[in-house]
Design a protein around this ligand. Structure first.
Ligand code: DHB
Length: 368
């Protein structure tokens, strides 16, 4: 295939290290999307180039530079954590390359470059619904526990603001390091403080450790409820968390149990292609990110220029496995439904079962 007939997507993900499940989920989803939709779009042969940044932002930036300069990729994509997306954003601007953020979820990422388009979610977007639900369900005093970086600070701030507005109170705000966190001393503090609930944000892959230590300390039996954004009851790990996870209420944009025909097909195809691995919210961000790229290329009739592609990404409206979504043309961020879910056993497996929905939620974190 002649080089000018190739359309290159540089997909940078954490394939090893603490965030490796994010890379595994997004790679599998991108490959599924291509298997279902073919690798020829508007006459171009789509080539996926996957690079492992081990979730170190300096590595992300170096790999992005190499992909733009040497490989001449048409689009950059992936971005497993916020620091990776922030490190790459200036390069997207300088090189006029669309950067499709499929995982990272700090509100301000879309403001770091006009070339960023996001298909994941934002922490403010999903945190507010839980702060509306909690006080109506007997939860007034809450301790928050978040990973000490962008998305955690967003979650802490927006949950606290809304809970306070609703007459509740955050009695203590705890932050744990992103790298190799030890939850034990923090959980002991929470146990002693005895709030009605502990609100948790930890990134995908860390939820099982929080759940295990929460249960080992008997905090549920002490009357402290565990609540959080859906990152903590991550579908990648949930089924192995055991009965202690039953009843945990979270708010998020995607559950593998979302009862739409499209999602049922998506989950079935994903599990079939990946030895039974259940897709999580990272997978859906990757799958939809590929959709946004494919449809942009169709709109430009195969023209691979960054500005034309970016324009064709803005304003896309489509059905995702999570529900109806759209890419806000102004902010380039995703607008989507946010669900309240409760962990239940369904056909012998643990799932986040949706019981309420807030439609068409925009990121409340945008400053402009
Ligand atoms: C981010 C990473 C995650 O794994 C997650 O679940 C949410 C946010 C981030 O770094 O932005």
């Amino acid at each position: 295939v002649a080089q000018d007939n190739v359309f290159k997507i540089g997909l940078i993900l954490p394939m090893t290290g603490q965030q490796a499940t994010t890379g595994r989920q997004i790679e599998a989803a991108a490959r599924l999307y291509m298997a279902q939709n073919g690798d020829t779009v508007a006459g171009k042969k789509v080539q996926l180039i996957i690079k492992d940044d081990t979730s170190l932002p300096d590595v992300t930036r170096r790999l992005a530079q190499e992909l733009v300069v040497n490989e001449k990729v048409n689009v950059l994509a992936g971005m497993g954590i916020t620091p990776s997306a922030m490190a790459t954003a200036p390069l997207a601007t300088q090189s006029k390359t669309p950067l499709v953020v499929m995982a990272a979820a700090t509100s301000s990422i879309t403001e770091a470059s006009p070339y960023v388009v996001r298909t994941s979610f934002t922490l403010p977007q999903v945190s507010v619904a839980l702060a509306d639900w909690a006080p109506k369900n007997g939860i007034k005093k809450v301790v928050t526990l978040v990973s000490d970086y962008g998305p955690g600070i967003d979650a802490e701030k927006f949950f606290n603001q809304r809970l306070t507005f609703n007459g509740g109170q955050v009695t203590e705000a705890l932050r744990v390091p992103l790298r190799n966190p030890d939850f034990a001393p923090f959980l002991q503090k929470v146990r002693d403080a005895k709030p009605d609930a502990l609100f948790v944000f930890v990134p995908s892959g860390a939820g099982a450790a929080v759940m295990k230590q929460f249960l080992e300390r008997g905090m549920d039996k002490a009357g402290i409820k565990l609540i959080g954004t859906g990152d903590v009851t991550d579908d990648d790990q949930l089924n192995d968390m055991g009965d202690g996870a039953l009843g945990v209420v979270t708010s998020h944009h995607y559950s593998a149990a979302h009862p739409s025909p499209m999602n049922k097909k998506f989950v079935e195809a994903f599990e079939k292609a990946n030895k039974g691995l259940r897709p999580n919210f990272m997978a859906v961000g990757g799958y939809d990110g590929m959709r946004v790229i494919y449809e942009a290329l169709k709109t430009t009739k195969g023209a691979g220029g960054g500005d034309a592609l970016l324009a064709a990404m803005k304003g896309q409206i489509f059905e995702s496995p999570r529900g109806k979504v759209f890419i806000d043309a102004q902010t380039r961020d995703i607008v989507q439904d946010v669900y309240l879910r409760k962990v239940e056993r369904v056909n012998g497996q643990l799932y986040n079962v949706e019981f309420d929905v807030i439609k068409d939620v925009k990121d409340p974190g945008k400053t402009k």
